[in-house]
Write a protein that binds this ligand. Structure first.
Ligand SMILES: Nc1ncnc2c1ncn2[C@@H]1O[C@H](COP(=O)(O)OP(=O)(O)OP(=O)(O)O)[C@@H](O)[C@H]1O
Ligand SMILES: [Mg+2]
Length: 276
C-alpha cells in the first residue's frame, strides 16, 4: 500500500480552513484553527497530537456532530450538505466512527440482535428475508471471533469490554462505510486486545477498501500503520505527509519532540552506542 501513490486516488474527504471556536461566557477557545486536509479512498490516515490539541473536536466536525465555525468540508469532492436530518443520515451511511469507550457506542436498551439488524437496515437490507439477515449477522460476528448464536437475546452490557469492542467492529463490517473514524481506544483496553482490534480494522480496510482516520497520541503506532500522518498542535496541523516523510524526516520542532518521546523502535540498532 505504502509504495503506491495514494494521492492519485479519488478524494474521499477534504477540508479547507476548517475552524472551531468554542465560546463560553467570556472565554474563547480556538480548538481547531484553519486546518486543510485531503483524505483519499482507501487511505489510512493518522492524526497525532497531545491531549487538548483538537483531535476530538476535529473528528466531531468530520462526523457532522459539531458545527464548523469557519471553513468547508468536502465529501467525495463536493461541498458536504448536512443541513437537515435526512441529508445527515445519508452522510452517516458514508462515515462511521468507533470511539474510545465502547460502552458509549451502544444504546443500552437495545439487544445485540437489534444493534446488528439496525446496521443491515441502514444499508438498505430492511426487506431481506430473516434467514439472510441471520446469515449476515453470523458472518459479521465470526469476522470478529464472536459467535452470533451465543449473543442473541443478550444486551451489550452483558458482554465483556473486549467482546463489546469486537461487536463495534462487527457493526462496521455490516455497515461498510466509505470512511471509518477511530478515536484510539487507549486507556480502556490492554495492549493485546488493542493489537487485535487494529488488525481487524486493517483487514476490514483491505476487504472493504475503507478510508480509515485514526486518532492517536502514539506517533510510533501511527508510523507503523499509516499511509499519511497529520501532526496536530494547538488546533493546527504543523506537519503532514506520508508516514515515512513525516516520521523519518520530521521538520517541525513539535514532531521532533513527539518522536523523541517514544522508544526508538524504527531506528536501526547502532552497535557503537550499544557497546559503549
Ligand atoms: N464543548 C467544548 N466547549 C469548550 N471547549 C471545548 C469543548 N470541547 C473541547 N474544548 C476545548 O478544545 C480544545 C481541544 O479539545 P479536544 O477534546 O478536541 O482535544 P483532543 O486532542 O481530543 O484531546 P485528548 O487527546 O485529550 O482526547 C481543548 O482546549 C478543550 O478544552
Ligand atoms: Mg480526544
Amino acid at each position: 500500500m505504502r509504495n503506491e501513490d495514494i494521492s492519485s486516488r479519488p478524494l474521499c474527504l477534504s477540508g479547507r480552513g476548517v475552524t472551531k471556536i468554542f465560546t463560553t461566557g467570556k472565554t474563547r477557545t480556538v480548538a481547531v484553527d484553519h486546518v486543510d486536509f485531503e483524505f483519499h479512498e482507501g487511505e489510512l490516515i493518522s492524526i497525532v497530537g497531545e491531549s487538548g490539541s483538537g483531535k476530538t473536536t476535529l473528528s466531531k466536525m468530520l462526523l457532522g456532530l459539531l458545527n464548523i465555525t469557519e471553513g468547508e468540508i468536502l465529501f467525495q469532492g463536493q461541498p458536504r450538505d448536512i443541513s437537515n436530518m435526512h441529508k445527515r443520515r445519508e452522510y452517516w451511511r458514508g462515515i462511521q466512527a468507533i470511539f474510545q469507550d465502547p460502552f458509549s457506542s451502544f444504546n443500552v436498551f437495545n439487544k445485540i440482535d437489534t444493534v446488528l439488524l439496525d446496521c443491515i437496515n441502514m444499508r438498505g437490507g430492511k426487506r431481506l428475508p430473516m434467514e439472510k439477515k441471520i446469515e449476515m449477522m453470523t458472518e459479521a460476528c465470526s469476522f470478529v471471533n464472536l459467535k452470533f448464536a451465543e449473543l442473541t437475546n443478550k444486551y451489550p452490557f452483558e458482554l465483556s469490554g473486549g467482546q463489546m469492542q469486537r461487536l463495534m467492529i462487527a457493526r462496521i463490517f455490516l455497515l461498510k462505510p466509505k470512511i471509518l473514524l477511530a478515536d484510539e481506544p487507549t486507556s480502556m483496553i490492554d495492549a493485546c486486545s488493542r493489537a487485535t482490534i487494529l488488525d481487524m480494522l486493517l483487514q476490514l480496510r483491505d476487504e472493504v477498501g475503507m478510508t480509515i482516520i485514526f486518532i492517536t497520541h502514539d506517533i510510533g503506532l501511527a508510523y507503523y500503520i499509516s499511509d499519511s500522518v497529520y501532526i496536530m498542535e494547538h488546533g493546527k496541523f504543523v506537519e503532514s505527509g506520508s508516514a515515512d516523510d513525516v516520521i523519518l524526516n520530521p521538520k517541525a520542532a513539535y514532531t521532533k519532540r513527539l518522536i523523541s518521546d517514544v522508544p526508538k523502535i524504527y531506528e536501526p540498532w547502532d552497535l557503537n552506542t550499544v557497546a559503549q
